[in-house]
Design a protein around this ligand. Structure first.
Ligand SMILES: Cc1cc2nc3c(=O)[nH]c(=O)nc-3n(C[C@H](O)[C@H](O)[C@H](O)COP(=O)(O)O)c2cc1C
Length: 201
């Protein structure tokens, strides 16, 4: 039995967000094919996620105790650690991830929980987990010069690698804001990929 953490990062709701159309289809198919697994949905816009204050920084990098699990910030890092599989649904915003997702990452990047410092440098503590990022983009970033401009998926992939998560898949629906494109067709192709991926994930 696996624990899946489904992280949703979009101000737009279900039914409007193309990202969520794909990710919700993924979760539905996953659920049908992995009966008994637990899926925890974390809608970041419904959580009380703030920017780190000076006090928070001391908490994130300071010593941890038995009470840390109940701390309003550290609880997210423990929750992340307890998941076997991570699903992130986040559109491309201004060439990166939505700010709320970055703020969440500041909550879960906690020394002594998701990574640790050693004499040889930092080491990820999340080995063995797998992750998938489902993303909708207005333009196209998979080829050529534009690929270098995309810093959302690339950021997540590198950061998760830092945590020790190397099994990282991306499903991207692109050109959704390009006039003349078959937007519904593009989203449907991404949904088909998501349904297939959900069987193996
Ligand atoms: C705040 C904001 C910033 C965006 N920045 C980009 C961008 O840098 N590059 C891009 O290709 N599309 C950008 N878009 C377009 C979205 O990526 C695109 O509309 C996508 O489908 C949004 O996903 P959603 O339908 O799940 O909301 C932006 C949209 C918003 C709302």
């Amino acid at each position: 039995m696996s624990k899946v953490l489904y992280i949703k990062a979009n101000a737009k709701p279900e039914g409007t967000s193309r990202t969520f159309k794909i990710s919700d289809a993924f979760i539905k198919a996953y659920n049908e094919n992995h009966q008994g697994d637990e899926i925890i949905t974390l809608d970041l816009y419904k959580e009380n996620i703030q920017f780190l204050t000076e006090k928070d920084i001391n908490t994130v990098f300071g010593p941890k105790s038995d009470d840390s699990r109940n701390h309003p910030i550290l609880k997210y890092a423990y929750q992340f650690m307890e998941a076997d599989k991570i699903v992130i649904a986040a559109p491309l915003w201004n060439l990166g991830v939505p700010a709320i997702l970055k703020a969440y990452i500041d909550y879960i990047s906690v020394s002594g929980i998701t990574f640790k410092y050693t004499a040889e440098g930092p080491v990820g503590l999340c080995q063995g987990k797998k992750a998938i990022h489902i993303v909708a983009r207005g333009g196209a970033y998979t080829e050529g010069q534009a690929a270098g401009y995309e810093m959302g998926d690339r950021y997540l992939r590198i950061l998760f690698g830092f945590f020790g998560i190397v099994d990282f898949t991306t499903i991207a629906a692109e050109k959704l804001d390009v006039v003349g494109e078959d937007v519904e067709g593009i989203v449907n192709i991404a949904i088909q990929k998501a349904l297939k991926e959900a069987l193996e994930f």
